[in-house]
Design a protein. Sequence first.
Length: 492
Amino acid sequence: MIAAHLPALQIVLPLLSAPLCVLLVRARLAYALSLIVCWLAFAISIMLLGQVLDGGVISYRLGGWAPPWGIEYRVDLVNAYVLLIVAAIGALVITYAGPSVAREIGGGRETLFYTSYMLCLTGLLGVTITGDAFNIFVFLEISSLSSYILISLGTDRRALTASFRYLIFGTIGATFFLIGVGLIYQATGTLNLADMANRVEPLGASRTVQAAFAFMAVGLAVKAALFPLHSWLPNAYAYAPSVVSAFLAATATKVSIYVLIRTYFSVFGPEFSFEVMTLGPVLMVLSIAAMLIGSMIAIFQDDIKRSFAYSSVAQIGYMVLGIGFATVLGVTGGMLHLFNHALMKGALFLALGCLIWRTGSVSITAMQGLGKRMPWTMAAIVGGGLSLIGVPLTVGFISKWYLLLAAIDSGLWWVAVFILISSLMAIIYVWRLVEVAYLSPSPDGAPSGEAPLVMLIPTWVLVLANFYFGVDTRVSVGVATEAAKYLLGAGS
């Protein structure tokens, strides 16, 4: 009986836990509740993926109303894959959060953090699972509003400015998306995504459909921080508390890219998106610019969080590049990098949180001699960095390999060259950290010793996942490939 209601439980559990975190008053009780609910959400995401693999698409009717009149939660291979990513990162980050939140936030604001965190998780899971276009907007706003609060909790006063900047950009992106939804509703008379897809195709390239596509594409590009609409992202990641940087870097932009994929392939269809609207060349140019410019700026940052934030701009470029190919290989590579980048950046930002817990800083000078002072933390940063570069036996290599294959298969050798150049640039900003940590002496009186085990263990789970899924690709590549085939087949 419970198995039939897993889609609803995926949203209801974290949503109900959010106000309970405030009512519990004590930070430890709020942490315990959040921890239990996040791991339950992860278990539900695994079961949903298993059900989809065994029995196909799951359609859950809220209130018993049949779609398209009622709201539908619809789970297929594509969003089951993303649900697993979001729920897994959410569970690992909240496990890590206890000491980090107490040290970086404190001041009686811990329960506010846990409430906002659970709301953000609710929003991200809701965006992923819903089959209703307006509900996507509602859940996007739930996740965004709670994200603004989470970022503003940073100790640096610039966190408030970063949060406000994100609010402005987020509002613009959401408004564009909502205008697009309104236009497509005017043209089709439905908000159900599956029904919308069936009704869009007979309309052809009408001006209303084209305008709806353009508004939705731009709005989601802002939310996903696609270059050049990325300027909210670096400061948001750099000045937010460590747990917030790790959670948002590994999940928020990925969910927006999922909605991009769903919009391009499922609602409008690949033929309209990439042939009528000729989206492919636009995405390729913007993606390559993101890969090169993001990597270049990352090289010259002295604040390591800012460096990895600009690196995220480059990595988003890889994901969108895969989508731009509009082939099974390309979409597989893009979805793979969505999964793999969550593992990379989750590990790296959690490791930086361990560094902040001990030293109070993430400047390049704070890493002098870190290889001896905090060997496990520095080893985690090296492991995540190797994956970021795309060294063989890491997840970064797998997704970049698929993108290279997609470029060669499409006859776009010059794109393959830019992928390699961007990967080589990643070596530079990762090597800077290695050089300072292992080849520079520790300053006199520099703090040493590792962060608590409750922070190190989740960090190393993600680090080891970078290597495990770089060797055993049955789940990541297998599901991504089937999801890509489903997307391209569903739109044809």
